[in-house]
Design a protein around this ligand. Structure first.
Ligand code: MN
Length: 715
């Protein structure tokens, strides 16, 4: 069993002047807090934090990390609070331990790969100190090493979580050694048979492998020395999971895997790395497509190395990795290699101009005195463009920065998006355009009657939401266009006394539509509504013009009857379902005055007053004219603006307003001003029930002493 002294010794080996008193206090504190607790293995619980601290010390991490390792479970598993930790050990350590407890509360449950990806990113996005992740990985590593003591169900769950979340995170941070160990242990639990057969197959070949390794290594050493290249060569069987994956991907049997052996050459300089590569290719034939230069182009996780696969004399392929000792440190420990105790001395890894990522971090580090700021920069570098939010059921979803509840709604289902009425973020109602933040819990409120709005397009950021909203708006417009076009066509047919049956018939119709370039009758209707094609064009194909009867102009059917006038808002028309009708803004007709309907392109029927100057211009296309009539409730009020000129006499305004009150009209807006020459102007906005009402009011106003002129204003 591990002892505290082991950790102490390890820490002193690389931090001779570290605060041992603080480390000891953390140990005693952890021992007190976990007193009496026992692990599933039967060991005292304390062994776990000790082992975790030891792993962190082996990575040569700073004292804060090692102490956080000792204390990592105290908030989660004992009665200790963050405040107590802060009082005893300071802000930094308390912050790390709190971050760890936060992470452990996220339960990964889904089997979807995309979910795993989101969980990984979420975890990284949630912590503001990358050391939280380093301690968490050490914690998980020790738990995996002791997984045998748990129940089979727990083993499955933890192994899967490790494979899908923690190993990729270790990989993302460049910590190759921990990643490989996590993967291999997980594999042993996730596919025990596959694991066992792989182990035994490799065991069977062990003798051959060992001989092969010795032989190749000897050749390599000799040849490289001849070239004056100093080097350190190791040969090994690749880690199990990487071989396992290869078998799976290529669908082959273990007997067919040849390049399960890999050699690693460490050589002092980058120049030597390339020289060694040349030498190797002069001895063995390289396998095409397998040469990779990660020195010139490092992986995103900072990994650098040259890779090649070559064919031995006996036809056995093997892989060779070539790198400098510094690159090796990064390959094994990744970000941890740069988070080592380094008081008073600078890390030398920035020397190679090709290590861009690292160089940048080094630069930041020089600019930023506070290591916490440095870590924030590292974090920002990881995933700057994304934001993660939860469903109330705990599913994580990833979005581009700036995403809103509407984006969230559409990511669930397009129906949820279409009927999205509002959103609760972390239990609070927010406007639909509120940007989401990491860790937000988003609940979407829907109403089946609610519809997408054009306005949404101005703030959604996901292409899914954008295209679904567009699609909906287009379909909506299209269906009203089809309705409108259909009624137009039927009306025209009636005018020429042609039976509408010709539209529901035989091959002749399809033929006619095809020749006009329409895939279906609906497409044709829509085109008619948009004014792209005339009714005659189709009818001409179906009925010879000689058979056409004289049109009857007199009997235009009244098609549109509706309670027009809900202050200009579009309203639906009875008898012509789903056609939108609205009062034209240019003239604002009111009940009782003669009106004209005009079929617009794709926006329904606009209703103008016959006196409107636009009517003549709009109706150059007689096919688009449609008869409309006032219908519906008399309760509806229309807004009318009156422009009154008067003598600027005290009391005119008072008499005007009282006359209007007498006529039971409401004034919704009024402005009055005086011009030179004592002329006054009053502009009133009134609620009017119909034309009679308006005429009565105008007549009374004209009778008021001092009033010169009363005019109705358009627009
Ligand atoms: Mn733990």
């Amino acid at each position: 069993m591990i002892r505290f002294e082991d950790i102490q010794e390890q820490v002193l080996s690389y931090m001779p002047d570290a605060d041992m008193e603080l480390l000891r206090r953390a140990y005693v504190f952890s021992a007190m807090e976990h007193r009496g607790q026992v692990r599933s293995s039967g060991e005292p619980y304390l062994t776990h934090p000790l082992e975790v601290a030891q792993i962190l010390a082996e990575l040569r991490l700073d004292l804060t990390c090692v102490i956080a390792g000792l204390l990592h479970d105290v908030i989660e598993d004992t009665l200790t609070t963050r405040e107590v930790l802060e009082e005893y050990f300071g802000k930094d350590i308390a912050h790390l331990v709190e971050g760890l407890s936060k992470i452990s509360r996220i339960a990964f449950t889904s089997r979807e790969e995309a979910q795993a990806e989101n969980f990984r990113k979420m975890m990284l996005a949630m912590v503001d100190d990358i050391r939280v992740i380093l301690v968490k990985l050490a914690d998980r590593l020790h738990n995996m090493r002791t997984l045998e003591h748990l129940s089979p169900r727990q083993q499955q769950r933890i192994a899967r979580e490790t494979m899908e979340i923690y190993a990729p995170i270790a990989n993302r941070l460049g910590m190759g050694k921990i990643k490989s160990e996590l993967e291999d242990i997980s594999l042993a639990y996730l596919d025990p048979e596959g694991y066992a057969s792989l182990v035994s197959a490799l065991e069977e070949r062990r003798k051959i492998s060992d001989d092969f390794i010795t032989e190749i290594r000897t050749t390599l050493e000799t040849k490289l020395q001849e070239q004056g290249i100093r080097c350190d060569i190791t040969g090994r069987v690749k880690h199990l999971y990487s071989i396992y994956k290869k078998l799976r991907v290529q669908g082959i049997d273990v007997g067919q895997v040849y390049d399960y052996l890999a050699f690693r050459i460490l050589t002092p300089t980058v120049k030597d790395c390339y020289a060694a590569l040349g030498t190797i290719h002069s001895i063995w034939r390289p396998v095409p497509g397998r040469i990779k230069d990660f020195i010139a182009m490092p992986k995103p996780n900072m990994y650098q190395s040259l890779h090649t696969s070559v064919m031995s004399e006996k036809g056995q392929p093997f892989e060779v990795q070539i790198r400098t000792p510094e690159m090796h440190g990064i390959a094994e420990e990744g970000i941890a290699a740069h988070w080592k105790y380094k008081e008073g001395k600078k890390v030398k890894a920035g020397e190679d101009p090709n290590i861009q990522w690292l160089r940048q971090i080094m630069e930041w580090q020089q600019e930023l005195r506070d290591p916490r700021d440095f870590l924030k920069m590292v974090k920002v570098e990881l995933y700057p463009e994304e934001v993660y939010a939860f469903t109330p059921q705990g599913q994580v979803k990833s979005f581009p920065r700036g995403a809103t509840p509407v984006d969230f709604a559409y990511s669930i289902h397009s129906e949820v998006g279409h009927h999205c009425l509002g959103a609760r973020v972390n239990g609070k109602l927010v406007p639909l355009k509120t940007p989401l933040h990491n860790g937000d819990i988003v609940e979407i409120l829907t109403n089946p009657a609610h519809r997408p709005s054009q306005d949404w397009l101005s703030f959604v950021v996901t292409s899914r939401a954008r295209s679904k909203i567009r699609q909906w708006l287009n379909t909506d417009r299209r269906s009203s266009s089809i309705q409108l076009g259909k009624s137009l066509v039927e009306r025209e047919l009636k005018r020429f006394h042609i039976s509408a049956k010709i539209l529901h018939g035989d091959g002749k119709l399809t033929e006619a539509l095809n020749s006009l370039g329409f895939p279906s009758l609906d497409d044709y209707y829509a085109a008619v509504a948009y004014g792209k094609v005339s009714v005659k064009q189709l009818v001409g194909h179906l009925v010879p013009e000689t058979d056409w009867k004289e049109p009857t102009e007199s009997k235009i059917t009244t098609v549109v009857k509706k309670a027009l006038g809900l202050s200009g808002a579009a309203v639906k028309v009875r008898g012509l379902d789903d056609v939108m009708v609205y009062l034209a803004k240019c003239c604002g007709p009111i009940r009782g005055e003669p009106i004209v309907g005009y079929i617009t392109r794709g926006k329904g029927v606009s209703v103008h007053s016959q006196r409107c100057p636009n009517v003549e211009r709009l109706l150059y296309d007689p096919e688009r004219k449609i008869e409309v009539a006032w219908a519906g409730s008399k309760e509806t009020k229309f807004q009318v603006r009156l422009n009154i000129t008067s003598e600027d006499r005290q009391g005119v305004l008072a008499r005007v307003t009282s006359a209007i009150a007498d006529e039971k009209s409401n004034i919704s807006d009024v402005s009055a001003k005086t011009f030179e020459g004592k002329q006054g102007q009053i502009i009133l906005t009134l609620d009017i029930s119909d034309l009679d009402h308006l005429e009565r009011i105008v007549k009374r106003l004209r009778g008021i002493q001092g009033v010169h002129q009363v005019e109705r204003q358009s627009g």
